[in-house]
Each structure stands twice: as C-alpha cells, then as structure tokens.
Design a protein around this ligand. Sequence first.
Ligand code: SF4
Ligand code: SF4
Length: 490
Amino acid sequence: MSYFLKFSITEQGKQLEIAVRTICVKESINILLLTLKDWRGTSVKKSNYNFFYEYADDSNKLIAYNSRTNALAMIEKNDYVKYESFDDNNVSIDDNNVSIDDRLVNDLKRGGFLVEDSINELKLLRYNMLSNRHSSQTFALTIAPTLDCDFACVYCYEEGKKHGYMLKEVQEAIVKSIENQTKFVEGVNITWHGGEPLLALDIIENITKQVLQICEKNDMKYSAGIITNGYNLTKNNVLKLKELKIGYLQITLDGTEKIHNSRRPLRNGGPTFEKILNNIQVCKELLPRVSLRVNVDKENQEDMIRVLDVIREFDIQDIVTVYPGYVEPTNSCYSKNNCLEYSDFAKLEYKFHNALLDEKLVSNITYKYPYLRSNVCGADNASSFVVDPKGNLCKCWSDIGRDEYSINNLLDFKSTNTNVLLDYMLYDPTMDEECRECSVLPLCMGGCPRRRIDKIVDRCSAYKYVLEDYIQQIADQKQVENKSHACSCC
Ligand code: SF4
Ligand code: SF4
C-alpha cells in the first residue's frame, strides 16, 4: 500500500512514513496511538469511513481514502481482496486469521482503514467536536458596523431591516468584551460584515485601533478580513484597510456584466459591475488576496463559468481566488424556487473548479483535498460571535439584524433567546439518526447549523455528492507528482 500524503514518526527505532493528512493535533495523536500498538493480540475491524475507488490508469490498483483520518493511498487489488475477505461476515481479525499479513494490517492501520475493535469511531469524532467547539485559542467576532447598504441585491437576507449605524456605546462594549478575553485566548479575529461595511469605515477604524493596542499590550495575535460589495474600494479606502491590518477581502461578482447588474444593482438601480472590477484592477498592487465569490442559483448557473473570462479581461487573475457560493432563501428573502438543490450546486462547483484548472487559473486540484471538520463554522464554536449595530449578539451571519435569533445584547446582557444559543451549541451529529450512519460525517459534521435550526433537510456537505470525483482526480495528480519525483536509482 503506498500513501500519498506523508509525515514521519519513529516506531521501534525505524523511520516510518505515515500517510495521514490531519487538521488537528489531537487527531494525529489518535492515529499514532492506533498505529503504534501491535495488532497481534488485539482484534481490529474495518473503519466505517473507508472508500475504495477504481483507479483508471492501473487496473491492478485501487484508490483508498478514509474520511476520518483523511488518509489517501493506493492499494494493490490483491491486498484489497485480502482486506475485503477477512471480515465479510463481521468477523474480527485476530491471531488465528491467516488471510491477512502483518505488513498489510499495519499499513491499513496507519491510515485508519483498520481500527482496533474496542475503538468507537463515533466517540472519537464526538471527542474532537466537543474539544474544538469549546477551544478558546481565538476569539472570533463578525461585526456589522452598519446594516446600511448601497446595493439592492435580489437575494439580500437583510432586506427590510433598518439601516442604522453602530452607536459609540456598542463600539466601546465590543472593545471591552475583547479586553475581557485577554486572559483566555491567544488571538483575536475580526470579520467586518454588513450591510456594506465600507460605508462605516470610521467605525471600523475606531474599533480596530483600540483592539490593536489591546493585542499589542497582551502579546496576542490579530487578524481581520472584510466582506464588501467592492463598490467603494477606492485607493484611499484600500490604503486605510491596509493600515487597519485587514488581511483578506471577499467581494461578490454574480456573472458577466448584464447578469451581475441585474442581480446586484445600486439601490437606485444603477450598474455596479464595471466599477467593482475597475476598483480591483486599479488597486491590485495594494490589495491583499481577494476572494471573488460568484453567488449561484438557477438564474445565473449558465453564466457562472464566464466569470473566468471577465477575470482575464480585467487582468486580475493574479490577485483573486474565485469560487462559487450557494444562494439560499435565508430569512425567506428569496424564492426557494430560484435556489439550486445542494446536490446540483455541488456538481456545478466541481465543474467550476475543473474550469479553473482548464483555464490554468489554478495549477492542480489538490487545493480541493477534503479537510476534516470538528465544528462546522463559527455558529457552533463557543468563542465565536456576530455583533450587529445595536449590540445584539448572535451566532450566524444570517442572523444579523434578526432579533429573534439574537442571543444577548452587549449593552445590557439581558439574555434573550438562550434556547437559540443552546440549539446552535448542543447539537451533536454523532447522535443524529442519519448523520451517525453517514460515511462523510467527519467532513461535514451535520451541515450548516442555521439550516438545521430552520429545519432545512438539504444541508449535506458537497462531498456527499462529489467525493469520488475529487479523490480520483487528486490521486491522479499525486501519482503524476510521485512519478516525476522518482529518481532512476530507487
Ligand atoms: S450557520 Fe450556516 S449560514 Fe451561518 S455561518 Fe454557519 S454555515 Fe454559514
Ligand atoms: S448533514 Fe448529510 S452529509 Fe452531513 S453528516 Fe449529516 S447526512 Fe452526512
């Protein structure tokens, strides 16, 4: 069995190549514990998270992937047959089983394809989930300094909300809440959201300057980003963002000119396409990396890929990372009939990433290698909150300006919807009838918490629909790299 993704450990004085890609230290410890124990004398069983796919270039091999450890390997078909046969009837491997040899068992255990009989993989997932859900390394705030916006996007979930600006008292309360965290966290992350946050740059500046001082004084890391419509991204504003240590931007473009302008016009109906792209082009030497999100639904799905031509036309391909975003009928602000089924979106997204590859806007597809989740997003993390201009605290970006989802208020701390908080934080997908049986659970962990709260059934991870496509392609790429790195003497 040969693994693609490697790190090294020492076992019994020998250097072993362990092929596990992992996002958290605890997970690697779990794997090491499983790996280092001699399997003889202990029964092992197949993992519930194994995937084996045909490998088009070599019919003697299969691609092996495990979604709990994220290990990716090639396995000889002969070995696969041994693996398959030993416990077809759920009979565990033990000392008496001679159909599978030490080498193969150890190889399979390294990637978590075999686990000790006593291991409950769901419990391991639950342990990771709970420890990360309550990890307090970074205090993450998404702050909407205003709900005001100069755009009138067709799917805006803040439509109909009052467009107030954040009061001074709320700004002070935010700074105070960050000060209160200094003993508990290693860093602060702020995402500026809205409305359109660039309409409230003075508020961003006021809060940032104080938070930077707090971080400096307490030796804490600081990072920040902004979600902006890009219309007011003048050179002066970009310089200000730089001064305020804003390290990433997300801007939305919904397709080619006509389609974008029909979906994301100014409030007075005016166009926005050209201005956004000119802004990025003019400021490209000053901007940090820009994520260009293409919001996709049934209306613009055909146009989506043409955004790649636009990027080339404006010569901004070196500064933007472009990706499709899923449009949903959040807060009933957009017709559900316009939205795609998530399975269709997942397939479109796969197509889009391949178009990026064809257009040479990315060098290979390995950036789509799945990553293990412990919690889904900030909404189910205890150290992450969203603050609206009135000082209301909530858990999800889609809750901004919605009093019914507000869990507290920074000005009076009179808890309002404690049940909403509990609903976000206490859900456990390893107890969910469907999710606990799902083989991509470690890559999904139950899907978007807000959709779950809203009782939307369609919330499965894209990997539920397109895992095989990505894994096949990534394995191909890795094989090519392996061959090109192989030298003639070995
Ligand atoms: S709860 Fe859902 S919509 Fe809200 S931030 Fe998380 S993934 Fe996004
Ligand atoms: S939400 Fe869907 S994909 Fe995610 S774990 Fe549950 S069943 Fe699996």
